[in-house]
Write a protein of this length. Structure first.
Length: 151
């Protein structure tokens, strides 16, 4: 990680435009990635790197910051599992209710890339439930935004 990326990660509130949106996305990806890992070091972040390059096409520093924040959130979830899954879901739900436009950041095409079938059945079920929650949250907020716009 470059010094600039590290500085942007540490001081994201000061230096990153729309850092809350980036953090929201990072929390979502950490939530879906964590069940497939025993520790952050054992996680395969190659799919995440590809996804980050699609989301932030022309901004390598933002991609790097995003990857760092996902790793940070993944470590928090794994360190405090299983209660941290519930807390992350509640936090995502609270953020979407406060700001419906955040739901537009939930891209199920990207999320579904992380669903794994080479992990235990229990962890597969957890990932599936998380994906279902994210999809329902995205659809619900999208419907509310559309209804509000039509008024």
């Amino acid at each position: 990680m470059g010094v600039k990326t590290w500085l942007l990660t540490v001081f994201r509130e000061l230096f990153l435009y729309h850092y809350k949106s980036l953090e929201f996305r990072a929390e979502i990806f950490a939530l879906i990635i964590a069940p497939a890992c025993k520790s952050v070091k054992e996680c395969n972040f190659e799919i995440l790197k590809k996804t980050a390059s699609e989301i932030y096409k022309n901004d390598l520093h933002r991609q790097g910051v995003f990857l760092n924040i996902v790793k940070e959130y993944t470590a928090i979830i794994l360190r405090n599992a299983p209660a941290s899954y519930d807390e992350a879901v509640k936090d995502i739900n609270r953020k979407v209710k406060a700001n419906k436009s955040l739901a537009m950041k939930i891209n199920m095409k990207h999320i579904n890339r992380f669903l794994r079938d080479d992990i235990s059945e229990e962890k597969q079920i957890l990932q599936q439930r998380i994906a279902e929650f994210l999809e329902a949250t995205s659809k619900e907020a999208s419907c509310l935004i559309s209804a509000h716009e039509s008024l």
